[in-house]
Design a protein around this ligand. Sequence first.
Ligand SMILES: C[S@@+](CC[C@H](N)C(=O)[O-])C[C@H]1O[C@@H](n2cnc3c(N)ncnc32)[C@H](O)[C@@H]1O
Length: 431
Amino acid sequence: MPVRTPPRRHQRPAAAPNPTVGTELELEVTGVAHGGVMVARHEGRVVFVSDAIPGERVRARVTEAKKSFWRADTLEVLEASPHRQPHVWAEASLDRDPEGRAGGAEFGHIELAHQRELKRQVVADALARFARVDAGGLEVQALDGDDDSSGTGWRTRVRLQVAADGTVGPYAARSHTVIPVRSLPLAAEAIAEIAPLATRFGDAASVDLVAPSGGRALTVVTTRDGSRPPAEAITERVGDREFALDALGFWQVHLRAAQTLTTAVQRAIDADAFDPRAANLDLYGGVGLLAAAVGDRFGQATRITSVESSEPATDFAARNLSDWVGARALTARVEHFVKGLAENATALERGRQRAATVVLDPPRSGAGRAVVDELVRTGPAQVIYVACDPVAFARDAALFGDAGYGIRSLEAFDLFPNTHHVELVAHLTRD
Ligand SMILES: C[S@@+](CC[C@H](N)C(=O)[O-])C[C@H]1O[C@@H](n2cnc3c(N)ncnc32)[C@H](O)[C@@H]1O
């Protein structure tokens, strides 16, 4: 008797192709959503549309059809927004079929001032929805020197992908198709100069281009088996200060982001609530940029512990913070570091924890409940939260809110022009 092998638990039967995918719709675009897409409705269902602007009527092709929402790509603009502009990157424009549009500049068809207004709406909506906070008066600020209208020439890090035939380029939006391009308009000049856009790379998987402020731009090729040349140390300058780090280690991407965040964090800290002898923390510290911002404002004796999961980054942080007698750098995952921090502290340490200023700069996923719960148990005097994802921030702000910490000030910066990303710096204290 033939025996049918039951499918393994993780093997799902192949889904039948959804007949809705590929259909074309006319859509009225009514709003902006998190993630660089706009909102429309079709027969009551939400459709997330790329390459559109609120107020437009577009013809779009459905690319994904889930029960609760669909996704669609704009093919043609039937009624254009007054805020539409020619795309800053020809290879990402509507002139191309959606599958052939370069990804990474998903707001490039929108005037810069209006991009900032849409980012403001996303932040305000996330804070209202998740944290019941009214951020109506917020403004998304241009960085000093970014007040021209193009929003180009700012990226100091670019990763190009390599296709099977060796050609290089960015991926198309939401896909792993490599799109050959003739230019990289968002890249800093030093990167544009070395970008090997016409080169064919045999065995490579990706090509990283890095333009540090303290030296020449460099290219790092990663092969298909994941190997790359030994990490090269580079130097980044922020004001008079120098930071050493690995060429591919984390660093703020915009030419002037590190300076902007340094001054924003310094401005956000309430000096009256700051105690240099407290158990001050720089969580998700990287190579020590924000610990240095705190030390530069409050002096060399400031006690601050920078916690970071990457060992090479922590080694560099220890070097970069060696001016400050009170600074130390620890390699640890933040969720492990904060676990039991309050419970295991002596009475003296508890006092220092309660007097602490905590700088929190997590990756896009946010800090999350495990970290926030343990942190609020230590009862810090103030938290400076640096966020690169408004929804993750709003969720964490809600957790802080439940523990009695409210947002006292909030600044938003356009650290990523022509993309949907936005950076926030918030000051939270106990009510
Ligand atoms: C947004 S970056 C901020 C770095 C630094 N504050 C700066 O501005 O240069 C986040 C950092 O957190 C680190 N990281 C990610 N997950 C972590 C975790 N669970 N615990 C500790 N560090 C983590 C990353 O390696 C990265 O350096």
